[in-house]
Design a protein around this ligand. Sequence first.
Ligand code: NAD
Ligand code: WQD
Length: 339
Amino acid sequence: MSQILLAGGAGFIGSHTAVELLDTGYEVIIADNLMNSSAKSITRIEQITGNQLKFYQLDIRDTEKLEALFQENDISTVIHFAGLKAVGESIGKPVMYYRNNIDTTLSLLECMNKYNVKNIIFSSSATVYGEENPVPYNEEMKKGSCTNPYGWTKAMMEQILEDTAKSDKSMSVIILRYFNPIGAHETGLIGEDPQGIPNNLMPCAAQTAIGIRDHLTIFGNDYDTPDGTCLRDYIHVTDLAKGHVKAVEYAQKNKGVEIFNLGTGNPYSVTEIVETFEKVNGVTVNHVYGPRRDGDLPNCYANADKAMKMLGWKTEKTLEDMCRDLWKWQQMNPNGYKD
Ligand code: NAD
Ligand code: WQD
């Protein structure tokens, strides 16, 4: 089967996608500069699948090295995960975010054009629906105003990809808008390995349960939601990874641009998910309620019908699975890949 390049594939979502692609029979090539990941994830992917993959440690913006990679291989499809993703950091360092995220996309598109690679799948985010759209979000809605530079990089990269596909009708561009990916591989061998203090809820909850952090602060319990805390569409990272396999199959058979939400369509509150994590794992997550976090929307969840209809994809894992698998990863790797 054809070779799939995973740009940024050593990270959280890329490593899980590599496992699913290898299990389906694809050849996988990962290119990553490891700025937010570890080479250990590569050996773990090989351990889980019993398959080998090719790994290039390089910055996607380094076009000379990227070109060499395209020359040495026969890539049919690129999956573009490479980017910086911490919302708070992007507010303090917008130029770094625009430089890295936009430049990786441009380098990939230039190389693809030069080496006649026509299919690209892009990691976008529900954040592009912005503040204006009502939930559940569907792909027909216009993009909204993002609350931070990270979100704007995603909105801009979507535009760049759409314009590129318009200029070359032989291309297939698939934009995947992820909701809130959490959990870990069921083996506990790969998972999310935040550097420093985690920004996202569930890594913070797991680190609190294991004693790395003293407590979790729940940001706001005065929202207009059933229990006052925000609602989100949490999706198991393995379900998300399987969505990429479906997207590869689709991209290889169709041309043009398609956007798909990858979410479950089921919103859960912060309090609900923290309590579920405690219950299924028999642990305590010390938590306090604090003020709202700037930029948080009360409610964010997907209408996931389009991916089901057109990709034949639907989520299989429950909220309990997400919490159980995250805890297994946290227990087996208390310091992430650092041990
Ligand atoms: P991650 O940080 O674990 O993975 C991204 C990978 O890209 C890392 O391994 C990093 O080292 C690599 N990278 C970054 N810049 C690079 C560069 N210039 N050259 C080479 N490698 C580079 O993040 P993730 O959670 O796996 O997210 C993957 C993609 O999905 C990102 O684009 C992210 O913005 C997007 N996304 C993530 C979430 C989420 O909640 N995790 C939600 C929506 C969208
Ligand atoms: C979830 C809920 C917080 C931490 C972000 C990006 C999005 C996508 C996924 C990127 C919110 C609450 C959190 C904590 C808390 N990213 N929370 N205490 O903000 O929905 O989405 O990550 O690539 O683009 O915006 O995810 O996990 O940060 O927050 O109470 O310590 O948990 O307020 O309601 P979010 P999150």
